[in-house]
Design a binder for this molecule. Structure first.
Ligand SMILES: C[S@@+](CC[C@H](N)C(=O)[O-])C[C@H]1O[C@@H](n2cnc3c(N)ncnc32)[C@H](O)[C@@H]1O
Length: 176
């Protein structure tokens, strides 16, 4: 396959990225893992034995972080519109989160088991039109929050990188 100059530049920048290099060394599938590790270091949101839902999980960096914290204790349900390579003991649901059927499938998979934490790193494909991209992002965020509200709760936490911290503080036991 012949690569365009732009995609060659993207690939070079990607592989030169220090987080990408660190991720390869640490065995993480994406640089996004370090976002969650930072949150974890600051807020200790993950603990062994928790039940966590990871929305927009592909390629699986956050799920890897959570499952490493869990060891053999914990429950993790992950979902994304894209495929995700399997991670031991992680239930994966593939589909568009905006689709009612997918939303319902995630809730069905949660079942009656209380959820401790919903984490979301959902980022829509950017169109370049700022207002449209922002509202799409916020819509996904609101949907994630809606799911967190409908799931049977154990501790009850929600973490999404797109919700301003000021607003999240007003939510009970929320973290971002
Ligand atoms: C920043 S990436 C997530 C990276 C992931 N947290 C990790 O650690 O590897 C954003 C993800 O949002 C997903 N996404 C965007 N829109 C979606 C939608 N409508 N339904 C489900 N997933 C979506 C994308 O497929 C992409 O995998």
């Amino acid at each position: 396959m012949v690569r365009s100059k732009t995609s060659q530049r993207w690939l070079k920048e990607h592989f030169d990225d220090s987080y990408v290099k660190m991720g390869q060394k640490d065995g993480y599938r994406s640089r996004a893992s370090y976002k969650l590790l930072e949150l974890q270091e600051r807020d200790r949101i993950l603990r062994s034995g928790l039940a966590v839902v990871d929305l927009s999980a592909a390629p699986g960096g956050w799920s890897q972080v959570a499952s490493r914290v869990f060891g053999d204790r914990g429950r993790l349900i992950a979902s994304d519109i894209l495929e995700m390579g399997s991670i031991p003991d992680v239930t994966f649901i593939q589909g568009d989160f905006v689709d009612d059927a997918v939303f319902a499938q995630i809730l069905e998979s949660i079942g009656e088991h209380p959820v401790d934490l919903v984490i979301s790193d959902m980022a829509p494909n950017m169109s370049g039109v700022r207002a449209a991209d922002q509202s799409r992002s916020m819509y996904l965020c609101e949907l994630a929050l809606d799911l967190a509200g409908r799931a049977p709760r154990a501790g009850g936490g929600f973490s999404d990188q797109d919700i301003p911290r000021r607003r999240l503080r007003r939510l009970p036991q929320a973290s971002v």
